[in-house]
Write a protein that binds this ligand. Structure first.
Ligand code: AVJ
Length: 380
């Protein structure tokens, strides 16, 4: 047994030689970082002997949603924070989006993961798999299965998701299906999770589904700085990016014929009614999604069919939205491999391999955190 991790929690690292203790070390790292943030209350929930989740107060705080909506409706153009799309209903609807024939990204990425899971497990099998925005961890199972076959002993998965309900479900289910797997889930923001995972190494940080496309350029810069700080030299970063392609294909993916994406968008306004008593009439909002050619991004809005007053009674605020107004709920940027690799190099992320599906719709970038910005990189 290693020394009790609690004696050196802030600098604890994952000990390769004693896999059985790694969960305790992970727990100590996470707990220690938590204590460094006294305002952030964290509740530890042991689900079964091999699955634990840490739930941040911020994920349970209704005020946070209200404040975010208030901010979003006060700015022009109005825009809501897309993370609030993923409550229990929204996560379920997103899972159904991924099954729609028009929504290719999930299938394309799963194809890549299935084709390369063995090779990735071979290359990265020692690493703790940490995943930002894990959701149901559906695609990640392809990797976990490969890790499970390869691992000589125990291995570790740290899923991070903003929704504690979805996270708990996935954590319990994954531990049940892999007898040599330990799951330590974090229900928190990416930012908090990255701080807490800094000392866990070697790790493979996963950010799949082209979720990075939800960030505007300034947010992406901030996020990549946090990733750079969270990774130790040699740690891996597996980044899924959706690629620029025929606008018809892109627009169809966000306007599926069955109307699931429409319901996904409208759920955000329903959620405002459910949790904030916003009093938005059900038929007042419609889903609009289109390709913005200049910015290489899909933009998704709720468009108001008539004048509506949105109430936020807890904040004693209300907002009048006019007929025809568009409230942005999400952007989904699309990328090109070359420029993306160049951008990532200035965060000390070196592209080792770009894996694509047969139709080159989607790419999975395998990056390594280097000690230095690669020479010749102008942006460094
Ligand atoms: C989960 C953010 C990657 O942008 O394609 C799908 C979300 N929104 N359809 C995406 C989404 C509407 C999705 N991401």
């Amino acid at each position: 047994m290693a020394a009790p991790p609690a004696t050196r929690p802030r600098h604890a690292t994952y000990d390769r030689t004693d896999r059985s203790d790694a969960r305790a070390v992970l727990a100590a790292v996470i707990q220690a970082q938590t204590e460094a943030e006294p305002l952030q209350r964290i509740e530890r929930q042991d689900l079964n002997p091999r699955a634990t989740v840490w739930v941040d107060e911020l994920t349970r705080d209704p005020q946070a949603f209200a404040l975010s909506v208030s901010r979003g409706l006060s700015t022009r153009p109005r825009q809501l924070d897309c993370r609030y799309l993923y409550d229990e209903i929204g996560s379920e609807l997103f899972a159904r989006i991924t099954e729609q024939p028009e929504y290719y990204p999930t299938r394309a990425e799963a194809e890549i993961l299935a084709d390369h899971a063995e090779a990735l497990a071979h290359e990265l099998g020692d690493a703790v798999i940490c995943e930002l925005g894990s959701g149901t961890s559906e695609k990640t199972r392809l990797l976990l299965d490969a890790w499970s076959r390869r691992a000589d002993g125990e291995f570790h998965y740290v899923p991070v998701d903003i929704d504690p309900v979805v996270l708990r479900g996935a954590a319990e289910d994954l531990a049940a299906h892999h007898p040599n797997l330990h799951v330590s889930g974090l229900a928190t923001s990416y930012e908090n999770a990255l701080v807490r995972l800094r000392d866990v190494t070697p790790k493979a940080l996963l950010f799949l589904g082209s979720t990075i496309g939800n960030f505007d350029p300034a947010e992406m810069d901030k996020f990549l700085r946090q990733v750079e700080a969270a990774l130790q030299p040699g740690d891996a970063f597996l980044l899924g990016i959706d690629l620029v392609k025929d606008p018809h294909v892109l627009e169809a993916a966000y306007n599926d014929a069955a109307g699931v994406t429409e319901r996904f968008t409208l759920n955000l306004f329903d959620r405002m009614n459910r949790e904030l008593d916003a009093a938005i009439p059900a038929e007042a909002v419609e889903h609009v999604a289109f390709w913005n050619e200049r910015q290489d991004q899909i933009e998704i809005y709720g468009r108001f069919r008539r004048d509506v007053r949105i109430e936020l009674p807890d904040l004693e605020q209300s907002f009048s939205v006019e007929r025809g107004e568009m409230v942005r709920v999400e952007v989904s940027r699309k990328f090109r491999v070359g420029p993306m690799a160049e951008a990532l190099a200035s965060y000390r992320l070196r592209l080792d391999r770009a894996l694509t599906d047969a139709d080159r719709r989607f790419a999975l970038l395998l990056l390594r955190r280097t000690s230095e910005v690669e020479p010749g990189d102008a942006a460094g």
